[in-house]
Design a protein around this ligand. Structure first.
Ligand code: ADP
Ligand code: MG
Length: 489
């Protein structure tokens, strides 16, 4: 992924401008205007009330919990909550939209301007402006692959509550776009307002991209619909920006249009042009009163907010003295942050952060697991670190021990005793091993006298002979005296 703020064309550098519209499915048992279940994965048309199916005379009733979730999200985005907002009908015809309109919010959304701070490599941060957040209904789903001649429709999703979160055109690279989505996902997951599950479509992004010469007014944008992973967002931005630069430098003009991202080849292609865009004929839904929210309710929700990633990150840096980068990685998931905190209370926090980032996250990555599925507890890891710190085991053995716990489970201290993994600090045992290696390698002994740097080879041999259990600093000290090496080796 490129972190470059500009891309190179034949006529010089171009700046990429990105704004996003992200749909987040509200975490709620019931739909936005009906009592039907909003659960994912049921058999088709099992979660459809008369309201969702738009039977004549059915009336929508707002789900108070979904409103609370939207307010909570707005507060998490440091945004203004609008005390009055209005639901509008957005009219269009589609087979998976029984009423012929979607209830959405247009001119008066529930949440106004806010800010998301994104984390960039090297611990750098940047702010991305939020334009608005509004509540709307999801549509159903057309199934084209069930029958040779017919399209089927599944209305389970019809009427499920979505939050559409719109950013200002504040992002300037593929990396920033991906970092924004990552941070937004972390915030809604911390808040418990959206599960952020991109594979199941509970979070999907429309990515608006334009290019301009640095300092010039914004160029014409294209909107890439329904991109469903951080990696695809980055790929779509890179491809689209390059495509637009090539058009402009070839003497053409970018046409404002909606495009699709094809993840198989990393390309975007035209879906419909601005001319074909719908006229939605928005008007306030006469079945719903304007939504009025009391300040006391907003205040109550504000007091109930959990500690969010940015605050947690600042606290970890302050209280545990870890770097901005480490803290940023550790707060990305709430479970990971809790896991770290438990370790950091029992062990040296910096050592714990390193161990977690390298050893634990490395193994999770390798096995395709999330932190929620980690097979070794935080306290077991803290025991490992305690045993390194007091010299019971070497750093090398510690990693082997983690591997054993990872695949077999068990108690770290028991395993060390039962399998004889204790570090050998018994000087006479180490001396014996050193002498054996020296006696077996007279030629190397000659060499090391000329090239003291070769002492490392002897250390390696002794560690090998002791199964990694010798205390390395004891080995070095004994080697130095036996081989008459200078102190600074
Ligand atoms: P519309 O009213 O047509 O939906 P908006 O002004 O609401 O357009 O913008 C929609 C999205 O497009 C927002 O996320 C915004 O940041 C982004 N956007 C607007 N102009 C540009 C531009 N020139 N380049 C990239 N993104 C843009
Ligand atoms: Mg818009």
């Amino acid at each position: 992924m490129s972190s470059a703020k500009t891309i190179r064309g034949q006529t010089g550098d171009w700046e990429i401008v990105i704004g996003m519209e992200v749909h987040c499915q509200v975490l709620s048992n019931a739909k936005l205007f009906s009592g039907a279940s909003a659960a994912f994965g049921a058999e088709p048309n099992q979660h459809v009330s008369f309201v969702d199916a738009a039977m004549p005379g059915m009336l929508p009733v707002i789900n108070r919990f979904c409103v609370e979730q939207a307010i909570k999200t707005g507060l998490g985005l440091k945004a203004k909550i609008n005390r009055v907002s209005v639901f509008d009908r957005k009219n269009y015809f589609y087979p998976d939209l029984p009423p012929g309109y979607q209830i959405s919010q247009y001119k008066q959304p529930i949440v106004g301007e806010g800010i998301v701070t994104i984390d960039l490599p090297g611990g750098e941060t940047r702010e991305v402006g939020i334009e608005r957040l509004h509540l709307e209904q999801d549509a159903g789903k057309s199934l084209h692959d069930q029958h040779a001649d017919y399209t089927f429709v599944d209305l389970n999703r019809a009427g499920v509550a979505l939050m559409e979160i719109v950013t200002k055109p504040d992002m300037r690279s593929a990396e920033e776009a991906a970092a924004f989505l990552r941070k937004l996902r972390a915030i809604v997951r911390y808040l418990g307002t959206c599960d952020g599950n991109m594979d199941e479509g509970s979070m999907r992004a429309d990515v608006n991209v334009s290019v301009r010469k640095p300092g010039a007014p914004y160029g014409t944008r294209c909107e890439i619909k329904n991109v469903n992973s951080m990696r695809f967002v980055a790929q779509a931005v890179e491809y689209e920006a390059r495509r637009q630069v090539d058009i402009i430098e070839g003497g053409g003009a970018v046409k404002q249009e909606t495009r699709l991202f094809d993840s198989r080849n990393g390309e975007t292609r035209s879906m419909r042009s601005k001319e074909e865009a719908h006229d939605y004929r928005y008007f306030p839904d006469p079945d719903l009163l304007p939504l009025e929210i009391g300040q006391d309710w907003i205040d109550r929700i504000a007091r109930s907010l959990p500690e969010l990633p940015d605050e947690k990150k600042a606290r970890f840096m302050r209280d545990f003295g870890i770097s901005a980068y480490d803290a940023g990685v550790l707060v990305a998931e709430r479970e990971l942050a809790d896991y770290f905190e438990e370790m950091a209370r029992a062990a040296d926090p910096k050592v714990a952060a390193n161990w977690l980032n390298n050893e634990v996250l490395g193994r999770l990555n390798r096995d395709g697991l999330t932190i929620a599925q980690v097979p070794v507890s935080a306290s077991a890891n803290a025991s490992i670190l305690a045993m390194i710190a007091d010299g019971t085991i070497s750093g090398k053995i510690a990693k082997d021990l983690l591997d054993i716990l990872w695949s077999e489970g068990g108690d770290p201290r028991d395993i060390v005793e039962k399998r004889g993994l204790r570090q050998v600090t018994d000087m006479s045992a180490i001396e014996k091993a050193v002498d054996a290696v020296i006696a077996a390698n007279p030629d190397k002994v000659e060499e090391v006298k000329k090239k003291p740097k070769l002492a490392g080879w002897f250390t390696g041999q002794v560690m090998k002979a002791t199964g990694g259990k010798a205390n390395p600093s004891a080995v070095n000290a004994i080697l130095k005296s036996r081989l008459n090496l200078p102190d600074d080796v």
